[in-house]
Design a protein around this ligand. Structure first.
Ligand code: ADP
Length: 537
């Protein structure tokens, strides 16, 4: 092999950190406080990052040690995002909404030594404290009562005692930088360990013009939590591009979010569909100002066409759909229409799940047989690439890997140009009379009905067809829409045999810890006879 003449510098988060602090020293990090915001420049945040690294070192934190964060999206969380990986330790973002057993499981499994916890979240963490086997210190952000955690350290006291100018170590780009557990829809959550290299490359991918196209003029509002798959890569992408970073803290309801958007004027925001749905409903009865937003990124579950259309028609805001998983860092595909597409056809492309990104290889499989990218063949999507996990931390899970590829559990088609259309997660599929019904498509079509707020479809046993869909719908307050009317509505929109006979009108679709429809809970409710089901023909 002929050696290149290129320098061999490691791809590390430290490089991103040093670059942003120097070149974009005046860019801003803004944290919402409910009424107003607190702000710091990148330079000020960087000084605090160095002090945090110094403090953690003084407390005895060593290379590869894990530090959990139990925090909202705020400035201190961003500081941890840099200090911990750049000092050679491992940032472990903890999902605030896990069940207590899952939370203690992941903290113990990752062997977190310290946990940085927001004072408002102390009571939540205190519920599991007696079950934690590895945690030595709690570091509390804020001055609130923390007696429930015993002896604690205070974040600001620690920083106060330190100087800036931390001597960042030279790191191996392949070493662990951060970890995140999936929310464990079946069995225990599984840990994914990101490297410096994977984060670095993923951040470039996120910034590229074919993904989010960030630059210094942007103001990025991550509503997606920083514990949900690295807030979709936004924290490092911000720092790399010099965009301001606007964080909503614990104010995640539609009303304060809309105030924050009007006050701080983000150009870009990201969240799961349920959040945008709430915001849309709030905006029906309240004045809002979304004029600053050049685009919204939405994913985590299929984005209903009706949601995209309403945002565009009523607020002139463009929602772009993306697809990914904790296991894929997460960005794997994004649904921009292809070049030359006439405006009236754009929506047909934007409702697709996304076009596979450079850096991610994809194949469509039917067991061991590879299927063509013809937009018709339906199979399971497998991916591999530099920011795709090749294993789970301390958990074999051979069923999730196949010849070096990650089995995503997502079923769908891929067309010639690399556009994916997911029809289901494999655990949600419905097979009726030997044929698949796409719950994703059925739900999104039902949600297009003007009186419907949410719809989740699950499979139920059926004597004649083996399995049939049951539609669980939330309709607007005061609406009298019936199952017959909804069936009528579907009659010219989906295949006749897809139209559910069984309907359940519920108050709310249960959500997972990251805000997706929790069909597992719906299935259990049905099995226990807790859903009132009407039959319509
Ligand atoms: P969890 O597994 O806890 O839901 P993840 O966010 O890692 O957490 O979930 C990844 C899964 O979310 C994907 O495998 C896919 O099923 C679903 N998903 C993400 N984005 C989309 C999308 N745009 N359309 C359909 N499904 C999506």
């Amino acid at each position: 092999m002929m050696p290149s003449t290129m320098q061999d510098r490691p791809l590390t988060i430290t490089e991103i950190f040093k670059y942003g602090r120097k070149v974009y020293a005046d860019s801003q990090v803004v944290t919402f406080m409910g009424d107003d915001s607190r702000r710091a420049t990148f330079a000020e945040v960087a000084d605090r990052v160095e002090k945090l690294a110094a403090a953690l070192t003084r407390l005895g934190l060593q290379a590869d040690d894990r530090v959990g964060t139990f925090c909202w999206n705020n400035q201190e969380h961003l500081e941890a995002y840099f200090a911990i990986p750049c000092m050679g330790a491992v940032l472990h973002t903890l999902n605030l909404r896990l069940f207590p057993e899952q939370l203690s499981y992941i903290i113990n499994h990752a062997a977190d030594r310290f946990i940085i916890v927001d004072d408002s979240l102390v009571p939540l963490l205190a519920r599991v404290v007696k079950d934690l086997t590895t945690v030595e210190k709690f570091i509390v952000v804020g001055n609130g009562d923390a007696t429930a955690l015993g002896d604690v350290l205070r974040y600001e006291d620690l920083l106060e005692a330190e100087q800036t100018g931390f001597p960042w170590p030279e790191l191996d780009e392949r070493q662990a930088a951060a970890m995140c557990y999936t929310s464990g829809t079946t069995g225990n959550p599984k840990g994914v360990v990101y490297s410096h290299r994977s984060n670095y490359l993923h951040s470039f991918g996120a910034c590229s013009a074919s993904t989010f196209g960030f630059n210094e003029n942007d103001k990025i509002l991550p509503i997606v939590p920083m514990f949900h798959a690295n807030a979709w890569g936004l924290p490092y992408a911000t720092w790399m591009s010099g965009a301001d970073f606007l964080m909503p803290n614990r104010f995640l309801q539609a009303e304060p979010l809309c105030k924050f958007i009007a006050d701080e004027r983000p150009t870009f925001s990201g969240a799961v569909p349920t959040i945008w749905n709430d915001i849309l409903r709030y905006a029906e009865d309240n004045p809002v100002d979304f004029s600053s937003l050049r685009m919204i990124i939405c994913g985590g579950s299929a984005v209903p066409r009706s949601l995209m259309e309403k945002f565009e028609q009523r607020h002139n805001v463009r929602i772009i759909q993306a697809w990914g998983m904790t296991e894929t860092s997460p960005l794997a595909a994004i649904a921009y229409p292809p070049t030359g597409c006439p405006p009236e056809e754009e929506m047909e492309w934007r409702v697709k799940t996304g076009r596979i990104k450079m850096g991610v290889e994809l194949r469509l499989m039917d067991g061991d047989r590879e299927l063509p990218w013809d937009g018709e063949s339906v199979g399971e999507i497998e991916v591999r690439g530099v920011w795709i996990t090749g294993a789970y931390y301390g958990d074999d899970a051979p069923e999730k890997f196949h010849e070096g590829w990650l089995k995503t559990g997502d079923v769908g088609t891929v067309n010639r140009q690399g556009y994916i259309q997911i029809t289901d997660r494999s655990k949600d599929v419905i097979k009726s009379g030997g044929e698949w019904i796409s719950t994703v498509e059925l739900e999104n079509t039902i949600m297009g009905h003007p009186e419907v707020i949410e719809a989740a479809v699950i499979g139920v046993p059926d004597d004649k067809w083996d399995e049939r869909p049951l539609a669980c719908v939330v309709i607007k307050q005061g609406s009298h829409t019936s199952a017959e009317q909804l069936r009528d509505y579907l009659s010219d929109k989906v295949a006749k045999w897809w139209i559910p006979e069984r309907w359940s009108f519920i108050n709310e679709v249960p959500k997972t810890s990251v805000g997706k429809f929790d069909k597992k809970v719906l299935r259990a409710r049905r099995e226990h006879g807790e859903l009132e089901i009407v039959e319509a023909k």
